[in-house]
Design a protein around this ligand. Structure first.
Ligand code: ADP
Ligand code: MG
Ligand code: MG
Length: 249
């Protein structure tokens, strides 16, 4: 049984077809890169997978279970984690406070920044564990807004990990990250895949990062799945090369 499968996904908005007949399956522990020109539908696909957008056709299966009708929080409980293309941090809160909020959401109880004086509760312990996993233990007291782009991305990954996901969606984790931080962030992603056996889907424009990390690549183009396969096979595909040259395929 695949960790994640989609069948015949379609999404039309106001007569425009944003996704059409998208189908693929991701094995447990697999890392799938999702690439394609800007506007191809990659983020929309993640929105459908995570429950932010409702497809107009098709199904989403998480570990064999049809989750197509489930809202975002129920999918998160079912093991789906996500990071976003743009930052979702509370800039004025500290690194630890941000991750603690995510841990608290997972552990239950009311979300409250006012509860922060309780610094040794379960949520705080979990937040510190996840920060250690992404190599940010020494920055827990810094305000999120004062971090480098690369470190902000690591905090977002720690927040996502605080929900103990079995399948994670990373939308352009390297966006805005300085070249000096790309290597470190790549290792964080490699580690969460290797050490936790997490199933990972990653949209990313840095081709060298994608091709160095993933088991397979899916290529989106005009809302369709143009190709899926090993990096070598996909990059050698004529229709994929044509898509990147902007030619009709
Ligand atoms: P990508 O992430 O591959 O760059 P997106 O999924 O963000 O692409 O967008 C795919 C297409 O869907 C684009 O043409 C975009 O303008 C359109 N789109 C995305 N969301 C909406 C929406 N809520 N309403 C209308 N069009 C949208
Ligand atoms: Mg885009
Ligand atoms: Mg996008």
């Amino acid at each position: 049984r695949p960790a994640l499968a989609v069948e015949g996904l379609g999404l039309a908005i106001g007569g425009a077809s944003i996704l059409s007949e998208v189908g693929f399956a991701v094995a447990r522990g697999e890392m799938l890169g999702v690439i394609g020109p800007n506007g191809a539908g990659k983020t929309t696909l993640f929105n459908v997978l995570s429950g932010l957008a409702r497809p107009t056709a098709g199904r989403v299966l998480l570990d064999g279970r049809d989750v197509t009708g489930l809202p975002v929080h129920r999918r998160a409980k079912a093991g789906l984690g996500r990071t976003f293309q743009t930052s979702s941090l509370f800039g004025a809160l500290t690194v630890l406070e941000n991750v603690r909020l995510a841990a608290q959401a997972r552990l239950g109880g009311s979300l409250s920044v006012l509860a922060f004086p309780r610094t040794h509760d379960a949520a705080t312990r979990r937040a510190r564990e996840r920060l250690a996993e992404v190599g940010l233990a020494d920055k827990e007291g810094l305000r999120a807004q004062d971090l480098s782009h690369g470190d902000k991305r690591k905090v977002e990954i720690a927040m996502m990990l605080a929900t103990d996901p079995s399948v994670v969606l990373l939308d352009e984790p390297m966006a805005g990250v300085g070249s000096g931080d790309v290597g470190a962030l790549t290792e964080v992603i490699r580690g969460l895949h290797r050490d936790r056996g997490t199933t990972v889907l990653m949209v990313e424009h840095h081709m060298d990062v994608v091709l160095g990390l993933v088991d397979r690549v899916a290529v989106m183009h005009h809302g369709r799945l143009l190709a899926i396969g090993t990096p070598d096979a996909v990059m050698a595909d004529d229709t994929v090369q044509a898509a990147y040259l902007g030619e009709p395929v």
